[in-house]
Write a protein of this length. Structure first.
Length: 432
């Protein structure tokens, strides 16, 4: 059996999950950071990270270690041949959904087939990508076997350790969050757990098998999705009643066991995606999950509610809708990070455009070229402070927005919708 000191790691996929993992492991092991995106590889090799998840001092440090010491340090590559000297492969590629909300396993299968061409006897492939229970052994393993000609649990082995990265969070970082681990045999399970234990300060939880570990990740985000869907539905109800949802939550929150979730847009790479993986698997085994599916429907309806509420408020203030100009403040899926993956702000944008409204987007955090490429939408990192708008929709509580002059726009008869409920309530016309 392989020992920790013999582990030569490769991290496949260097996004928000893979890069922090590669950096931490590179402090103690020899690591190849692999990505098919050559521009990403060149960026990281130069010591830069546009996701802002990497500590650039640490990035430079482990790159230097990789150049000086074969026992530890980090090297970057987009050439699969660079993986041949590794024996532990950690897969962190994305697992998105398609336009019909069906799980898209193409990146995962492609990564598995590629690894099948380089793994050798004794190799271990660990998956961190979020999947449905059973995916590793039912989808990934056959791809590995077919491409390698090797036999699972005789010639090579697998593990699963779901990612728990929280983009933009500089407190709950990789090493500070307890890690679930698993392996395809008892011995591999112990080795995988020991490997992660060597870098995770918060400790690990060794699940009894891979399916349990996969399911644990799926329900983590499904649970949060459902809790948010409940308060989102409350927000719609209380809007019709004419009371403030946050006031109700503050009152209910005085009870010791009340869970004080906040309403809002549910986007990003996890909460708005992962429940669909669980839904698909449930349907496959003969059960339609009504609660999980209902939660997804409610959360997907909130963008439309915000857009339509804004239009109604504009009409109340005497604004002509067609040809009006509305500023959306924030297009990232959460505050103080540049991550635009699966952002639901885009749904607000599209709904307003259908009303004939001119919609502008201001976000100081984003790469405007990435927004254009991903959504075919123009965003700006700066705006003219003197420009007038018929409405402002503040979708993300970026630090920069706390200093924005909302009072000036209020005086101009502008509708202000505070989705995150962080602006002085005397200024805003509505908040979620």
């Amino acid at each position: 059996m392989m020992e920790l000191k013999d582990c030569r790691l490769a991290v496949i996929g260097l996004g928000y999950v893979g890069l922090p993992l590669a950096l931490e492991f590179a402090k103690k092991y020899s690591v190849v950071g692999f990505d098919i995106n050559k521009e990403r590889i060149n960026e990281l090799a130069s010591g830069k990270d546009h996701t802002l998840e990497a500590d650039e001092h640490l990035l430079h440090e482990v790159i230097q270690l990789g150049q000086m010491n074969n026992a530890k340090g980090l090297q970057f590559s987009s050439d699969k041949d660079s993986l041949r000297n590794c024996n532990v492969y950690i897969v962190t590629v994305p697992t998105p959904i398609d336009r019909f909300n069906n799980p898209d396993l193409i990146p995962l299968v492609k990564a598995s087939k590629m690894l099948g061409e380089v793994i050798t006897k004794g190799s271990i492939v660990i998956y961190e990508s979020t999947v449905f229970p059973g995916c590793t052994e039912e989808v990934c393993v056959p791809a590995l076997e077919q491409a390698s000609g090797l036999i699972f649990n005789r010639d090579f082995y697998c593990g699963y350790s779901p990612e728990r990265i929280n983009p933009g969070d500089k407190v709950n970082t990789l090493t500070k969050i307890k890690k679930v681990t698993s392996g395809s045999t008892e011995n591999i399970s112990i080795l995988v757990d020991s490997l992660y234990s060597s870098i995770i300060e918060a400790g690990t939880h060794r699940a009894p098998n891979i399916k349990v570990a996969e399911a644990s990740k799926a329900i983590e985000n499904a649970q949060r999705d459902l809790n948010i869907s409940f308060v989102n539905e409350l927000a719609i109800i209380f809007d019709k009643i004419g009371i403030d949802t946050n006031d109700v939550l503050d009152a209910a929150g005085t009870k010791w066991n009340f869970l004080k979730y906040k309403p809002g847009l549910v986007g990003g790479h996890c909460i708005s995606v992962d429940p669909y993986y669980l839904v698909q698997k449930a349907i496959e085994v003969g059960y339609y999950p009504e609660v999980i599916s209902s939660g997804r429907r409610v959360n997907n309806s909130i963008a439309s509610f915000i857009a339509n509420k804004t239009v109604k408020l504009m009409i109340e203030k005497g604004h002509t809708i067609k040809g009006a100009t509305v500023l959306i403040m924030g297009i990232t899926f959460k505050e103080n990070c540049p991550d635009i993956r699966n952002t639901k702000v885009v749904d607000i944008y599209k709904e307003l455009v259908e009303f004939g409204i001119n919609v502008e987007i201001y976000d100081p955090w984003v790469d405007i070229n990435e927004v254009k490429e991903e959504y075919n939408i123009y965003a700006e990192n700066e705006i003219d402070p003197n420009k007038k708008y018929e409405a402002l929709i503040v979708t993300v509580a970026h630090d920069q927005f706390y200093h924005f002059d909302f009072k000036k726009h209020k005086a101009d008869n502008t509708v202000i919708f505070d989705v995150k409920a962080f602006i002085d309530r005397e200024i805003v016309d509505a908040r979620l």
